[in-house]
Design a protein around this ligand. Structure first.
Ligand SMILES: [Zn+2]
Length: 268
C-alpha cells in the first residue's frame, strides 16, 4: 500500500499524490469506505490513475460518484473508461453538461477545434445523476454542497466542503481564469458573478481543476473580476462582450462629422 498524501483531510489530489503532472486535477474525496472522483482527465491516463487508487487501498467497488465539473474533454474524456473499471459508481454532472456529454457535442466539449487541428475522440456517455445549485452530494459523513458557477463553461459546477471549494476552472493560483470561448458557452457577466461569489464566501481554500490549491485571496479574485469587467466592454472576446463603447462613440463622431485625425487617444 502506498502512503496517502492528503492535501486536506479526506482529500487526495492524484497529481500531487503521484508527484508528477498527469493532466487536470483529479480529486479523490473519501469518507469511511466510500470515495468519489472529481473529474478524471484524458482517457490515456485512466489506467494509471486507477492503478494508483488501488495502491492507495481504496476498494474499486466503493467508488460512489464520478463527477464532471463541466463538459470539457480535458476533464471528462476518460470517464467512459473509468466507468467500465468502476461499474458501481454513478456519473454525475449538471444538466447543461449532461446535454453536451450525452449528445456528443464535439465543439462545446473542445474535442474538435478545426482551425487548430485539434480533433480527439470523445466518447458519449449517460449521466446517471444530475446535480445543480443547492443540491448536496452525500459521501459517507461528508456533505458536498453543489454550487452552480457558470462563466467559463455552461453548466460548470463547484463543490463546497467546509472551508474548501473545489472550484473548477473559475480561477487559478496565478490569477488566470478558465478560457473564455463562446463555443462552449462562456458568459462573462455570469463568470463575474461566480468569481464574486467565491470572493465573498467564507471558503478559505480553493482547489482548482488545474494547478495547485491556493488560498481564497480576495485581492487575486478582485483583479480577475476587474479584468473580466473590462472584457465585457472590449472586442477581445468577440461575441462574449456585452457591448463595445467604441462603436457608440464612432456613431456620435460620424453624426457630427468629426474627422478621425482630430481625435486623440491620450485618454486611453
Ligand atoms: Zn479545464
Amino acid at each position: 500500500m502506498l502512503e496517502r498524501r492528503e492535501l486536506f483531510p479526506n482529500v487526495i489530489e492524484l497529481n500531487f499524490q503521484a508527484r508528477r503532472r498527469m493532466g487536470c486535477c483529479v480529486y479523490l474525496i473519501y469518507s469511511g469506505s466510500d470515495w468519489m472522483l472529481l473529474d478524471i482527465g484524458y482517457e490515456d491516463t485512466v489506467d494509471e490513475l486507477i492503478n494508483l487508487i488501488r495502491q492507495l487501498d481504496f476498494p474499486l467497488a466503493n467508488c460512489k460518484y464520478l463527477v464532471a465539473t463541466h463538459a470539457d474533454a480535458d476533464h471528462v474524456q476518460g470517464f467512459q473508461k473509468a466507468k467500465e473499471m468502476l461499474p458501481g459508481s454513478q456519473l454525475v454532472a449538471h444538466f447543461e453538461a449532461k446535454k453536451i456529454l450525452e449528445s456528443g457535442d464535439r465543439i462545446a466539449s473542445f474535442a474538435e477545434i478545426p482551425m487548430q487541428g485539434i480533433s480527439i475522440e470523445m466518447p458519449t456517455f449517460v449521466i446517471e445523476k444530475e446535480v445543480s445549485e443547492a443540491d448536496v452530494l452525500q459521501l459517507g459523513d461528508l456533505n458536498l454542497q453543489v454550487w452552480d458557477t457558470p462563466g467559463h463553461a455552461i453548466g460548470q459546477l463547484s463543490f463546497r466542503l467546509g472551508n474548501l471549494l473545489f472550484s473548477g476552472d473559475n480561477i487559478f493560483r496565478d490569477g488566470c481564469v478558465g478560457s473564455i470561448d463562446c463555443h462552449h458557452g462562456s458568459d462573462i457577466p455570469a463568470f463575474i458573478l461566480s468569481l464574486k461569489r467565491i470572493q465573498a464566501s467564507s471558503v478559505e481554500w480553493l482547489l482548482p481543476s488545474h494547478g495547485p490549491a491556493f488560498r481564497n485571496d480576495r485581492k487575486l479574485l478582485q483583479s480577475a473580476i476587474d479584468r473580466l469587467d473590462r472584457y465585457q466592454h472590449m472586442a477581445d472576446f468577440g461575441t462574449c462582450a456585452v457591448d463595445w463603447p467604441l462603436l457608440n462613440e464612432w456613431e456620435v463622431e460620424l453624426g457630427k462629422g468629426t474627422h478621425p485625425t482630430s481625435h486623440t487617444c491620450s485618454d486611453m
